[in-house]
Design a protein around this ligand. Structure first.
Ligand SMILES: Cc1ncc(COP(=O)(O)O)c(C=O)c1O
Length: 390
């Protein structure tokens, strides 16, 4: 077998931290254990029926058997604009301020190729969603991490960032409701972000993956609701979480027209566009009956309440998440994140994600997903309680 030397670009890519977690989970399952998997971010509910039916109907339409238009069908971009107006009161020009994406992971990686030259820097949350870093590594650029600390409600504190880091940064990634801390952002925070970005000439990329998932009657705020946001950045929105469509690979970016144009240009070279029938189904998701979204939020909120209560009953205190489908737990004294996650996996057969996988500042935490029924979450806490570490 010839060993073909990988390119420098490929070698630069960070290790996929969570791949080993998936491997260990599968090994335990193969051994016949009843594993409660709360470690990943894969929604466990099905896509709403009206969306599946829209795909089924559209799949037979010969127009969709051809290449679809390069930058997506106008009907989908129009649906996105209607959705943003309806949900957030944000007006978008469907042709210049909307880019169709193959899930938002792609857009979040592409944006770094669009704006970073080798050696440039981008501001990144620590802890944070790992794929921002993948894009930066592909661009041979440098991450400049800012910590998300409990004392700041897991929001960046711009006053505590160095002048140099702010001046050098070309991009800044933000994500609220936040994976992994489950924190939410206020309108005031986004207003301040617009001011900082304007002053320092930074392009803001707000990842709104959990935009639909806010608890206690609080609807998460879109970055674009802040005045001037479109001048300084974009927001990415995925259908993966809101409509349980993670396998469908569909999302979009909205906002600053020059940034949208750049994303479209890079995508002109990488892809044609999504299967037309998926685009029809996505438009149905955005414009059709939204009751499944309300039910989904209620489902996650019920699970959150069950998890927080069960955790308390074993002596493991946690701040109740305000959004997302994650809870961010501190590990007990004497354990690192990885050691504690390993203990839960081996001894309780409960999979959680070690916080250190999301960055240095995630050390000392584990992320638990609300991705199973309340009884299973309670069972997970019962098993953890039996380890006698609290
Ligand atoms: C914070 C965050 N951003 C982006 C994504 C990517 O979602 P998708 O590629 O399915 O749109 C995820 C998925 O887990 C996520 O948690």
């Amino acid at each position: 077998m010839v060993h073909f030397e990988q390119s420098e670009l490929l070698k630069r890519l960070p290790e996929q931290f969570f791949a080993s977690l998936v491997g260990k989970t599968q090994a335990l399952k193969r051994e016949g254990h009843d594993v409660i998997n709360l470690g990943q971010g894969n929604p466990d509910q099905p896509t709403p029926d009206n969306v599946v039916k829209a795909l089924q109907n559209a799949a037979g339409n010969p127009i969709h058997h051809k290449y679809s238009p390069f930058r997506g069908f106008s009907f989908l971009k129009e649906a996105v604009a209607t959705f943003y107006e309806r949900e957030y009161g944000v007006t978008l020009d469907q042709e210049t301020e909307v880019a169709v994406l193959f899930g938002t992971k792609t857009g979040l990686v592409e944006i770094s190729q669009c704006y970073l030259n080798p050696g440039d820097t981008a501001l990144l949350p620590d802890p944070g969603y790992p794929d921002y870093l993948s894009g930066i590594a592909l661009a041979n650029a440098k991450p400049s991490f800012f910590p998300l600390l409990e004392k700041n409600h897991f929001l960046p504190n711009y006053d505590e960032m160095s002048e140099e880091a702010l001046d050098l940064a070309k991009l800044m990634f933000l994500n609220y409701p936040n994976n992994p801390t489950s924190a939410t952002a206020t309108r005031e925070f986004f207003d301040e972000t617009v001011e900082v970005a304007k002053r320092r000439n930074i392009c803001v990329v707000h990842d709104f993956a959990y935009g639909a998932i806010g608890f206690d009657g609080q609807k998460p705020t879109s970055f674009l609701e802040s005045e001037g946001a479109k001048e300084v950045g974009i927001e990415t929105y995925t259908l993966s979480k809101t409509y349980n469509m993670a396998g469908w690979r569909v999302g979009f970016a909205v906002g600053n027209h020059s940034v949208i144009e750049s994303l479209n240009v890079i995508q002109d070279h990488l892809y044609v566009s999504l299967f037309g029938a998926v685009q029809e189904a996505a438009a149905e998701a955005l414009l059709g009956d939204q009751s499944a979204v309300d039910e989904l939020v209620t489902t996650y909120e019920t699970r959150r309440d069950a998890l927080v209560k069960a955790a308390k009953s074993i002596g493991w205190e946690v701040t109740a998440p305000k959004g997302t489908f994650f809870a961010w737990f501190k590990v007990p004294e004497g354990y690192s994140s990885e050691q504690f996650a390993e203990l839960l996996l081996r001894e309780a057969h409960v999979v959680v994600a070690p916080g250190s996988g999301f960055g240095e500042t995630g050390e000392g935490y584990v992320r638990i997903g609300l991705l199973d029924e309340p009884e299973r979450l309670e069972e997970a806490m019962k098993r953890i309680g039996q380890l006698g570490v609290f």
